[in-house]
Design a protein around this ligand. Sequence first.
Ligand code: ZN
Length: 204
Amino acid sequence: MTGTQPESAPRALPGGRGDALLIVDVQCDFLPGGALAVPDGDAVVPALNRALARAQETGMPVYASRDWHPPNHCSFREQGGPWPSHCVAGSPGAQFAPGLRLTGDTHIVDKARSAEADAYSAFDGTGLAQTLEAEGVRRVVVGGLATDYCVLATVRDALREGFEVMVLTEAVRAVDVHPGDGEKALADMRAAGARLVPESDPVP
Ligand code: ZN
């Protein structure tokens, strides 16, 4: 960053041809008070709403993934998994954050719907890569929860599938089971080829 951008420089919320906004798992159970709360998780909502407003202005398509588990999902502790029960399909905890301004034309991507397998990535078992390709998407702009799990897995898969990836740094938060997990995840994303962008950066 040179610091020489004029004040009127466009901000990092893109919306060019071939861009799509991909919002990962911004669901009630991952917000403070939820079954598997991400610390400060609700802080992603205003940042994502700015990105959503930009998407509406520019016609950028919006995809929003949901953890969408059966009640006996293998990731739940009662089944021997690592997590408390969360995001059971159709339950209040599985709903999108109430303040998130998704519009009716948002493409919803449900993942980890079978009891036997977990899926952190929005690309895992959802057909998302094919859908994006069919829509002419070349770059995904990613925000959501949590940095060190589903955002990381989604970004890695997006890169592996050949998409360019921008991660909106104001629009992600980490679980940080081990302190520093979130920072490490961001470093991993950058090393894998993602571009980490604060909103103060100019649009490429
Ligand atoms: Zn889950």
